[in-house]
Design a protein around this ligand. Structure first.
Ligand SMILES: [Ca+2]
Ligand SMILES: [Ca+2]
Ligand SMILES: [Ca+2]
Ligand SMILES: [Ca+2]
Length: 255
C-alpha cells in the first residue's frame, strides 16, 4: 500500500511538473511571438515614424537582435529579416515585415548594400550598421567615420599616449581614458557622466575587439581611429566602380 501511495504522489508530482512545463512553454512561445513582432518599431517615433536616437546599449540590442548567430555580421537571411523590418517599421500601422515583397526586398538590398557595405563583402558589420542608425550625439562622436587622422604618425602618437602601461594593448581602463578625452576634445566641454563613459567603453570594446580578448591591439585600434591615407584609398577604390581611369588618377593626384 505504502509503495502504491508513493507511486501515486510521484504521479501527481510528475503531472504538476508537466503542467508547469507546459505553462512555461506556452509563456516562452508568447514571448517569442511578441519578439517575432517587428523589433525596429520600438525605436521609431509613434507619430513621425522617424528613428529615435539610440543609446549605446540600444544600439547593441539592435545589433545582437539581428546578428542572430553572433558571428559579427548581419548577412544572408539575417540581412533580409533586418531590411524587411527596418522598412516595414516605418509604416504607421503595424504591417507585417512580410508585406515587403521579394522583388521589393531585392531592390532595397542592392541599394542598401551600395550605400552601407563599405568593404563590399556582401555582409553588414557593426561599424557599417552604425552609419545607418541614428545614435546619441556623444556616442556617435566616438565613431570617427568622417573625421580621419591626418597620418599614421599621429595615430602612433595617440597609441603611445594611451597605452600607459606599455603592454602593447589598449585595455578597458586605457580605452575609457581615451574616449573621455575624445569627447572632451570634440565637445569642448566635460559633460559625460562616468556611467555613460563606462557604457561607451563597453560598447566600443564590443564593436572593435574583433578577437574578443577584452583589449585592443594595434589593428583593432586602427579601425576605431582611421587614418586619412586609408580613407582616401577607400574613396578612390569605391569610386573606381563608376569612374573611368582618367577620373581615378585625377582623384589620386589631389592632396
Ligand atoms: Ca550573423
Ligand atoms: Ca561589409
Ligand atoms: Ca596597455
Ligand atoms: Ca582584441
Amino acid at each position: 500500500m505504502a509503495t502504491n501511495h508513493g507511486a501515486g504522489s510521484r504521479a501527481v508530482v510528475a503531472a504538476t511538473a508537466a503542467a508547469a512545463a507546459a505553462a512555461a512553454a506556452a509563456a516562452a512561445k508568447r514571448v517569442q511571438i511578441e519578439k517575432a513582432h517587428n523589433f525596429m518599431r520600438q525605436y521609431r517615433d509613434p507619430e513621425s515614424r522617424e528613428l529615435k536616437k539610440l543609446s549605446a546599449n540600444q544600439f547593441m540590442d539592435v545589433w545582437a537582435h539581428y546578428d542572430k548567430d553572433g558571428n559579427g555580421y548581419i548577412e544572408g537571411t539575417e540581412l533580409d529579416g533586418f531590411l524587411r523590418e527596418f522598412v516595414a517599421s516605418a509604416n504607421v500601422t503595424d504591417v507585417s515585415p512580410e508585406a515587403v515583397t521579394d522583388t521589393m526586398l531585392e531592390e532595397l538590398k542592392s541599394c542598401f548594400m551600395e550605400a552601407y557595405d563599405d568593404n563590399q563583402d556582401g555582409k553588414i558589420d557593426i561599424r557599417e550598421l552604425a552609419q545607418l542608425l541614428p545614435m546619441e550625439e556623444n556616442f556617435l562622436l566616438l565613431f570617427r567615420f568622417d573625421n580621419p587622422l591626418e597620418s599614421s604618425v599621429e595615430f602612433m602618437k595617440i597609441w603611445r599616449e594611451y597605452d600607459t602601461d606599455n603592454s602593447g594593448y589598449i585595455e578597458a581602463d586605457e580605452l575609457k581614458n581615451f574616449l573621455r578625452d575624445l569627447l572632451k576634445e570634440a565637445k569642448k566641454i566635460n559633460d559625460v557622466s562616468e556611467d555613460k563613459l563606462i557604457e561607451y567603453t563597453d560598447t566600443m570594446l564590443q564593436v572593435f575587439d574583433a578577437n574578443k580578448d577584452g583589449r585592443l591591439q594595434l589593428s583593432e585600434m586602427a579601425k576605431l581611429l582611421p587614418v586619412k591615407e586609408n580613407f582616401l584609398c577607400r574613396q578612390v577604390f569605391k569610386a573606381s566602380i563608376s569612374m573611368n581611369i582618367d577620373a581615378i588618377s585625377e582623384n589620386l593626384r589631389v592632396t
